[in-house]
Design a protein around this ligand. Structure first.
Ligand code: HEM
Length: 163
């Protein structure tokens, strides 16, 4: 038996799969987490690009990124459990694989923002914030990546998902 089959057929996965409430509840937490993660990262991207410049970048960024990391933890915890409960489906889903690839890009975006906002010697962006004009295309790309992940996640309900 492959590892995918072992996980899919485990009592744990079956419990999530067969419960009337667990999977839908995980979907709710997944969506709440995605609102926090995508919302937080998008907000900081937009601010780095120069919008809302009346609000201090580092203060806004630190607060929004804290929300984003908590959201990401909620997303990953529920995403991994939902995927495990139908692993024979999700392990071969192209939509899921592309989605996971884009998640790595979103993570890179989040880490870059975080590194500008906090560091051992203080926030680099407190001293030299990015030039909004130069940051604009990266911010747009970061937001496009988030929208792609959300679209692919929703697509799982129709293609390459459990139903
Ligand atoms: C480790 C990372 C992740 C895993 C393993 C994962 C896994 C899943 C799974 C298994 C589903 C359920 C599909 C279904 O029931 O048909 C789902 C739905 C979804 N995911 Fe993720 N996901 C992850 C991260 C993300 C991220 C980072 C986002 C967005 C920023 C996201 C957005 C969505 C959306 C919009 C849905 C549709 C929810 C619904 O319609 O109920 N996911 N994901």
């Amino acid at each position: 038996m492959s590892l995918v089959e072992v996980i899919h057929n485990s009592a744990y996965a079956a419990h999530i799969r067969e419960s009337q409430y667990i999977y839908p509840l995980m979907q709710c937490v997944h969506i709440t987490g995605l609102a926090m993660f995508a919302g937080g990262v998008a907000l900081v991207n937009v601010r780095v690009a120069g919008l809302g410049s009346a609000v201090p970048l580092v203060d806004l960024g630190r607060h929004a990124m804290r929300v984003a990391w908590i959201g990401l933890a909620m997303i990953v915890l529920t995403g991994v459990n939902m995927a495990a409960s139908f692993l024979e489906v999700f392990a071969v889903s192209t939509v899921m694989q592309v989605k996971l690839g884009f998640i790595l890009l979103a993570l890179a975006n989040a880490v870059i923002l975080q590194r500008g906002l906090a560091g051992a010697g203080g926030a680099p962006w407190a001293i030299s914030p990015p030039d909004p004009a130069a940051a604009r295309k990266w911010a747009a790309l970061g937001i496009a990546v988030l929208l792609t992940i959300i679209t692919l996640g929703k697509l799982l309900a129709y293609i390459g998902g459990k139903d």
